[in-house]
Design a protein around this ligand. Structure first.
Ligand SMILES: C[S@@+](CC[C@H](N)C(=O)[O-])C[C@H]1O[C@@H](n2cnc3c(N)ncnc32)[C@H](O)[C@@H]1O
Length: 322
């Protein structure tokens, strides 16, 4: 395996630690990555951090330093949708969604249309890859994925071109096919393959399903007074987190004042602030990748845990999915 060019730079790290301070007790970091959040939580006073990641690479990269924290740092290979199986009565849960720059930078992981590599995109390095998806899915299903998860208007054209070009084995091969379907980007516009790559990555890793389940698992795993902090990178994820927290904190409001009063559960969360926290000017200057990052923090009450339907979270649903 080659090694990543640069270590991952943690996004919104200072605002996160400021928002949850003072830190104590057992925290679960559901997206361990390069361990930036876990280390900061340990340094800020957490008694222990359970660091979860679905990518074994995260733990290989942490091997040189993880032992410094002894049994204050426990590493678990798993998905955050099941985080309540890895800890309970937690003082905090943090999720920092998406891929790490270590994953993006390694051509062989197949996440990037800028680097030629196998069309893989699996965060966990197991299960069906993006190549499996593009080479076996029906054209209508590919179009649906690209439209729904990539918000790509040319999804049908791209799906047809993919099916005609099969088999597709590499990232650059796919990037060229997508490019051939779209007008040349104007200066400042993103690469034409951005949306299609994002869509395939979301589908391969079931990212929205993971988020919906992860939020509910966090609600079950947090002790009363425990904090949930989530960092998102695009609008669909932020919408899901916002709607989940609104629904579970009883702050959705009644849309129609003549409608009968809805049965209200006791709120399971209190919002720390209504507005999401973004990067400050210094972070924007130092790390342009932080531009679209948003942090939301809420505090668990002692109400029983519950569930929110995926449709109520504004999660893009595929045909037949509930
Ligand atoms: C943006 S990075 C996290 C970076 C980390 N906060 C830091 O400061 O180093 C996201 C990480 O979450 C992992 N990940 C994404 N979705 C996951 C899921 N559903 N379950 C477990 N890990 C996940 C990815 O493999 C990646 O390593």
């Amino acid at each position: 395996m080659s090694s990543p060019d640069q270590p991952h730079i943690s996004v919104l790290l200072r605002p996160l630690i400021n928002a949850v301070a003072p830190v104590s007790g057992v925290w679960l970091d559901g997206t361990f990555g390069a361990g930036g959040y876990s280390r900061a939580l340990l340094e800020a006073g957490a008694d222990k951090v359970i660091g979860v990641d679905r990518d074994p690479l995260a733990f290989e990269m942490a091997a040189p330093w993880a032992h410094e924290y002894g049994d204050r740092l426990e590493l678990v290979e798993g998905t955050f949708s099941r985080l309540d199986e890895y800890g309970s009565g937690l003082a905090g849960v943090v999720l920092d969604l998406g891929v790490s720059s270590m994953q993006l930078d390694l051509a062989e992981r197949g996440f990037s249309f800028m680097r030629d590599g196998p069309l893989d995109m699996r965060m966990s390095q197991s299960g069906p890859s993006a190549a499996d998806l593009v080479n076996t899915a029906e054209e209508v299903d590919l179009a649906e994925i690209i439209y729904l998860y990539g918000e790509e208007r040319a999804s049908r054209r791209i799906a047809r071109a993919i099916v005609n070009a099969r088999p597709i084995e590499t990232t650059l091969q796919l990037a060229r096919i997508v490019e051939s379907c779209l007008p040349r980007p104007k200066p400042g516009q993103s690469h034409p393959a951005t949306r299609t790559f994002q869509a395939l990555r979301i589908a391969v890793n079931d990212e929205y399903g993971e988020l919906a389940e992860g939020l509910m698992a966090a609600e079950r795993a947090l002790a009363p007074g425990g904090q949930l902090a989530v960092v998102t990178f695009h609008s669909v994820e932020d919408r899901m987190v916002k709607r989940f927290l609104q629904a579970r904190s009883g702050s959705t409001g009644n849309a129609n004042r003549y409608a009968p009063e809805l049965h209200r559960e006791t709120p399971a969360f209190e919002l720390k602030s209504r507005k999401a926290i973004g990067p400050d000017d210094q972070e924007l200057a130092e790390n342009p990748r932080s531009r679209s990052a948003k942090l939301r923090v809420a505090v668990r009450t002692d109400a029983p845990s519950g569930e929110v339907e995926r449709s109520a979270l504004g999660m893009p649903l595929r045909k037949g999915e509930k």
